[in-house]
Design a protein. Structure first.
Length: 356
C-alpha cells in the first residue's frame, strides 16, 4: 500500500484493501459447510455471572483479607455445582462440567505507531517510511510456521514444556527488548541529526527535511522483535482464550481478550505528552520497562495456573441446558471451614471419579 500511495495515489491504496475485504463475506458463505457452528443457547454471559454471584455471595466479608481469601479459595466453585444442590434454583439448568468450564474461563496495540514517525527521520533512499512497518505482519507470517514446525517440536524433544503461559511471559520480555532497540536507535538518531534532539522539524534553507544519516533498515530489528513478541503473546493469547473458554462462550472470551486493546490504547494515550522531540528516548524506555514489568507480574500471578495446564485441557464439555447432571469429582484440596459448612447443608450426593 505505501508504494501504491507513493507512485499512484491514495485512491489505489484504499481500493485494493476494499476489494480484499469485500471478498471476505463470499468466502465465509462459500465455506460455511466447513465450519463448526455451535447453536446459540441463550445469554451465556448472564448465566455465567449469575453462577459467579451464586458462589461469591456467601463468601463476601467486611474484612477485605477474609473476603479475598474466600473469593480466591480453591473450592470457590464447589457451591455452584448442580450436583451439590439439595434444591436447585430454577435457572440452574447446566451440568457440573459447564461450571468447571466457567471456572477455567475466569482463570483464563498501539506499540509501533511512533516507529513510523521515527523512520521518517532516517535516511530512506527512496523507500516510503511506512514500508518498514510491513515487516511486522511479514515476520509473523514467516515466524508462525517456523515455530510450529521446528521450534516447539525441538523444545519438546529436549523435554522442555513451553506452555502457553510461559510463551505469553516470553512475549512480554521480547517486546520489551524491541522497545529497548527503539530507544537506543532513537538516541543515535538524535546524535546524528543536524538539529540534535529536534529532528521532526529539522529543515534546510529550502525547506527540505534534514534527516539522520542512519539507514532506515536499521529499524527492522524492532519490528522483527515486536512480531516475535506477538507470536509468543498475542497469538498464544488467542489460543488460550479459545481453548480454555467454555464451548458456548468462546466468542465472548475472545471479545474480552480483544477489549484489552482498548485498555492498551487508553494507557498509550496517557503518554501522549512524551510522543514528541526531545522525549522519544524516554517514551520507548518507559514502554520497554512496562512490558518487562508486565511480563514478570504476569508470571508471578499466573504461574500456579500454568501448573494446572494439563488438567484444564482435560475438562469435559459442559452443557448450559443439560437434562441430566453428571457427577464430577471435585478438585482435590484441603477442606476449608466454609466447605465443611456447605457439605453439612447440602444433600449427600456421591461424587464419581472423573478427570478435571
Amino acid at each position: 500500500m505505501p508504494f501504491a500511495e507513493k507512485h499512484v495515489g491514495y485512491w489505489l491504496a484504499y481500493l485494493i484493501p476494499t476489494v480484499v475485504f469485500a471478498l471476505c463475506p463470499f468466502i465465509l458463505v462459500g465455506g460455511r459447510k466447513l465450519y463448526r457452528s455451535v447453536p446459540p443457547q441463550g445469554s451465556v454471559l448472564a448465566e455465567a455471572m449469575r453462577l459467579w454471584w451464586f458462589c461469591a455471595k456467601p463468601r463476601f466479608s467486611w474484612n477485605p483479607i477474609r473476603a479475598w481469601t474466600q473469593l480466591t479459595a480453591d473450592d470457590f466453585w464447589t457451591s455452584g455445582l448442580p450436583s451439590r444442590q439439595a434444591r436447585k434454583p430454577a435457572w440452574m439448568t447446566f451440568n457440573d462440567a459447564w461450571v468447571y468450564e466457567v471456572r477455567r474461563g475466569f482463570k483464563a496495540n498501539q506499540i509501533n505507531n511512533n516507529l513510523v514517525s521515527q523512520s521518517a527521520t532516517m535516511t530512506l533512499n527512496g523507500v516510503p517510511n511506512e514500508i518498514i512497518s510491513n515487516l511486522d505482519p511479514l515476520a509473523i507470517i514467516i515466524i508462525v510456521p517456523l515455530m510450529d514446525l521446528f521450534f516447539y517440536p525441538f523444545l519438546r524433544k529436549l523435554g522442555i514444556n513451553f506452555t502457553p503461559l510461559k510463551r505469553v511471559t516470553t512475549g512480554f520480555i521480547v517486546v520489551s527488548l524491541a522497545m529497548v532497540w527503539a530507544a537506543v536507535l532513537q538516541h543515535y538518531i538524535y546524535m546524528t541529526n543536524p538539529c540534535g534532539k529536534y529532528v521532526a522539524e529539522c529543515k534546510d534553507a529550502q525547506g527540505d527535511a534534514l534527516v539522520s544519516s542512519l539507514n532506515v533498515w536499521i529499524q527492522s530489528g524492532a519490528y522483527v522483535l515486536i512480531a516475535l513478541g506477538e507470536v509468543f503473546a498475542v497469538i498464544t493469547g488467542y489460543e488460550y482464550a479459545f481453548t480454555k473458554a467454555p464451548t458456548n462462550m468462546r466468542s465472548l472470551v475472545a471479545s474480552a481478550f480483544l477489549f484489552m486493546n482498548a485498555i492498551s490504547s487508553a494507557i498509550g494515550q496517557a503518554f501522549t505528552p512524551l510522543t514528541a522531540d526531545p522525549n522519544l528516548v524516554i517514551l520507548y524506555s518507559i514502554f520497554g520497562g512496562l512490558a518487562f514489568a508486565s511480563g514478570v507480574l504476569f508470571w508471578v500471578l499466573f504461574r500456579d495456573l500454568d501448573a494446572q495446564e494439563d488438567a484444564l485441557n482435560q475438562l469435559d464439555v459442559g452443557d448450559l441446558h443439560a437434562e441430566q447432571q453428571p457427577e464430577l469429582e471435585l478438585e482435590s484440596s484441603q477442606p476449608t471451614h466454609h466447605q465443611e459448612k456447605d457439605n453439612t447443608s447440602a444433600s449427600s450426593v456421591p461424587i464419581k471419579p472423573s478427570q478435571i
